[in-house]
Design a protein around this ligand. Structure first.
Ligand SMILES: Cc1cc2nc3c(=O)[nH]c(=O)nc-3n(C[C@H](O)[C@H](O)[C@H](O)COP(=O)(O)OP(=O)(O)OC[C@H]3O[C@@H](n4cnc5c(N)ncnc54)[C@H](O)[C@@H]3O)c2cc1C
Length: 422
């Protein structure tokens, strides 16, 4: 859930790359409100940082977005505009330090679902969870799954290139974006489409397929008003579960083994993992909870049992045909056992209600960490979060080292690792 500190820099870069002037701009455009209560309501995200805009706009069409941005750019002193989804960002990037906070929340329609081609056209302000539910009802599956999916927008997920547990198999949001309608900093509108040419080798990589440049650009290159995403057919069935281990090392070995089993031998192994594995196991997610994470979510376990002796857990998901469910479960339990895991305590979800309960438990970790971060900031402290990437075999030593550093630097405050997709 924590994104790189680079994003914090982006947070202060507005569309027009201007800092707000000390003098309050004259803001009388029809779509703007300067009501202080409304400005206050759009001044915070999940980072706990504050950025109070001079005015808020909640346009209901792409034309209104374009008109407003053109108007802001055309002021004698151009007015900075900052796009907002649902402000679930953990780095302050949707906050307007003055100028206009442009909320896309009212552009929230699905415009077209093309089941045959697996393409959906939607407005950026639609809630990501609602979007995924609607397309699932039409038989389609949108793989990106940030744990914040019920509290963020499709546009926010695209503009942050959000990832999730299933990124292990399906990557982050970027590869699923086919086209974006964008309003640029001067109010001009343009459509950027993914190129599917078989040979495209001229120039810098990022410019060969400009969609890739826009995805993850955090609103610094333009405001998305329409997004086309590619989807897969709904998987026939899947299972999910949480396996518990007495040591972090055992949990990491479990991940290594599941990862190894997901690949067939040979040079195509890596490609197959992304595009349809032929290995003995086909996990779509492998997510680690260390001891600190388990301590944090234990009080919220509800009907789910986190064994007292567990010091690490792995959340896993695998797609399979419904009639293969039992056999797949047996393979997972056998793997837990062979890695010295607490096989009898493995939580398995094979229906929607069980899966929702398990998801609720997973989500408890980032949301509790964000709550604690907010409380720490209110008390004059801070929350420090970062992503890191190391080879699989270094995950255990890395967590031990991070824990030691946290102890040394912050006087015994233990900081749990966030769940990490292997
Ligand atoms: C509990 C919790 C769990 C989280 N888990 C994850 C996770 O698993 N994976 C992950 O990647 N992130 C996670 N996040 C971070 C955050 O939810 C995601 O980055 C999310 O996709 C942001 O969407 P949003 O609609 O809230 O956008 P906002 O937070 O409002 O905006 C995010 C950025 O996108 C820009 N933006 C938004 N809409 C547009 C638009 N239409 N056009 C141009 N720019 C736009 C904003 O200017 C800003 O820079 C989590 C956050 C929380 C609070």
């Amino acid at each position: 859930a924590n994104r790189s500190t680079r994003c914090r820099t982006i947070a202060f870069v507005t569309l027009l790359r201007m800092t707000p002037s000390a003098e309050k701009p004259e803001l009388s455009h029809a779509t703007l409100t300067r009501d202080p209560d409304i400005c206050q309501a759009y001044s915070e995200d999940a980072s706990g940082l504050i950025g109070v805009p001079d005015a808020v706009a909640r346009p209901t069409s792409a034309k209104e977005v374009a008109d407003l941005i053109a108007w802001c750019a055309g002021r004698p002193v151009p007015v900075p505009v900052t796009a907002q989804g649902l402000r679930s960002s953990t780095v302050g990037s949707p906050l307007a330090m003055g100028g206009v906070a442009l909320s896309l929340e009212k552009l929230d329609r699905i415009i077209d679902i093309d089941i045959v081609r697996g393409l959906v056209i939607a407005e950026p302000g639609i809630n990501l969870g609602a979007f995924k539910k609607s397309v699932a009802e039409a038989g389609l599956f949108f793989p990106p799954d940030p744990t914040s999916e019920n509290e963020c927008t499709l546009g926010g997920a695209v503009m942050t290139n959000a990832s999730g547990a299933r990124s292990y198999r399906y990557g982050a949001t970027r590869p699923w974006v086919e086209a974006i309608d964008l309003v640029l900093g001067d109010g001009r509108s343009t459509t950027i489409r993914r190129s599917h040419t078989t040979k495209n080798t001229v120039g810098y990589f990022g410019f060969q397929n400009p969609v890739d440049l826009i995805v993850g650009s955090e609103g610094t290159l333009g405001v998305a008003t329409k997004i086309v995403v590619r989807l897969l057919p709904n998987p026939a069935g899947h299972l999910s579960g949480m396996a518990f281990f007495r040591t972090l090392t055992d949990a990491v070995v479990f991940v290594q083994e599941a990862d190894r089993k997901s690949r067939s031998t040979g040079h195509r192994g890596e490609l197959e993992r992304m595009h349809g594995s032929r290995g003995a196991m086909q996990p779509r997610c492998l997510e680690l909870f260390d001891d600190g994470s388990l301590t944090m979510i234990r009080p919220q376990a509800g009907s789910l049992n986190i064994p007292e002796s567990a010091r690490a857990a792995i959340y896993f998901e695998e797609e399979c045909e419904p009639d293969a469910l039992d056999a797949r479960l047996e393979s997972w339990l056998a793997l837990v056992e062979s890695c010295q895991g607490l096989a009898d305590d493995t939580i398995v979800a094979t229906n929607e209600a069980q899966e929702l309960e398990l998801k609720r438990l997973r989500h408890a970790l980032p949301s509790t960490m964000n709550e604690r971060g907010r409380a720490a900031r209110a008390a004059g402290g801070m929350k420090l979060g970062t992503d890191w990437a190391v080879p699989l075999e270094s995950v255990g030593p890395m967590i031990e080292e991070a824990t030691r550093l946290a102890d040394d630097l912050f006087g015994g405050f233990y900081i749990p690792s966030t769940p990490c997709a292997a």
